[in-house]
Write a protein that binds this ligand. Sequence first.
Ligand code: R5P
Length: 292
Amino acid sequence: MYVIGGTASTALGERISRQLGNAPFGIPFLKRFPDGEMYLRIGGRLEGEDVVVVQSTRSDEDLLELFLLEDAVRQAGARRLIVVIPYFGYARQDRSFFPGEPVSARALCRHVELDADAVVTVDLHSSETLKGFTKPAFEVNGTTALARLLQERPVDVLVSPDRGGVDRVRRMAEKLDKPWIGLEKHRLDSEHVELSLPESRSVRLEGKHVVILDDVITTGVTIVEAARLLRRERVGAIIAACTHGLFLRDAFERIKAVTNEIYTTDTLDSPAEKASVAPDIGQLLRQHLAPA
Ligand code: R5P
């Protein structure tokens, strides 16, 4: 296999190549035309190769780079192209909420798979999005990487900041053999939420080391409000942990001010990147997508 790491996932791409027995690894050469259009070129001979392109799609530019990379790999004569999208952007719009809207996640699935033979991603907003692919598509569980890290830390209680995250937190709690609670979240708008403790709970919080686990941190408001609520319960220490650390604007600083530690995986470059999903993606590639 040959691995290419796009601009949004260079370090993770290299880590994945190491997981594949030090598979040859390359990065594209990128520049801009005078009118701002993107130009890229990949090196190396790819005739008959199985190629893995790794590129998170946090921005529209990342997405465009991915499409150009896919075309370049095909043009270079690759036998098979596996696209790894560690953070799959546009996944939140996974249905049409109002007339006239696209199902953006499905639209991206269609375009990504035009040149791909298989797709791998990590912790989608909803796993239902996988159904938008007609080619083999796999979702890696990002909490496995976080669990490896949390196993080595003092952790007493796992906390889900909302109902949507309860399954994730329950699975993590089982892995760590710790109790968990789920908070109630009422979203007022994209930057304001109200959180409350569940009405009945048997889990003690006072003095405990708690982990607030989420799939993604965007504006940070969910984690900040959850941490404030837990502080009022006089917890001992708070770790904020998530798979995808987007950290818009000053989100990282605001979370840092109310927690003791912040952990993310490396699906996105982030100042809190402490756990790698590379072993899990490598394992999936070896198990399900190894060269025939
Ligand atoms: C919600 O469904 C997600 O699991 C996250 O809780 C949410 O997207 C986090 O966003 P923010 O950091 O803006 O509160």
